[in-house]
Design a protein around this ligand. Sequence first.
Ligand SMILES: [Zn+2]
Ligand SMILES: [Zn+2]
Length: 235
Amino acid sequence: MEPHGQSPWSSAKADKISLFLNFFPRVLAMIIKNIVVGPLEVNCYILGCEDTREAAIIDPGADADKIIKVVEKERLAPKLIINTHAHFDHVGGVWMIQDHFKIDFLLHKDELFLIENLNEQATSFGLDRIPEPDVNKFVNDGDKISLGQKVIKVIHTPGHTPGGVCYYVDNSIFVGDTMFAGSIGRTDFPGSSYETLIKSIKERLFPLGDGVMVYPGHGPSTTIGNEKNHNPFLT
Ligand SMILES: [Zn+2]
Ligand SMILES: [Zn+2]
């Protein structure tokens, strides 16, 4: 019995809906969890395939215990740690996540110099030393990483750092510090280049289409269209 009167679903309508659901293959959404970590408020993201519960952790910069708790609460099975780049605020929690889940850490090879000077990076910000994580595999432009039923595409976007990459899956892209809502990544670090960064954004990200959701390494999410039309660095 419907508590509020007539059911709006006539049986003919219900039949049509079940026909529709059977006709089209099931396309399940991607699970996206955002956890803000560390003193520089980095966005760590957990991506999960809803079908298989397999998950990838992007940029676990700090607060590994917080990240592990979310993984467990969502009943996800982490398979990989994938980083957009290797600034200390994005990699500080990698060693602990690696140790806990025994999973591989993937990074672009042009970020290795940053892993090697992780402690100088942290101490220059007045922060504690960070144990170096093991880089188990390199990611390259055009790579396709399988995660359950999903495929994550790697797009090399140098500029903020030489080996900075974005991870593109379904209609979402995880851009690290390449671009933010209304801003772009800093280019005053060793190995950074303003011209290269602008070129990466305009030539590699904009063509993906205005409707693509953008998840940056700091601050709120946005869309390609929003940034193309309103970001003062890019219009
Ligand atoms: Zn950075
Ligand atoms: Zn950052």
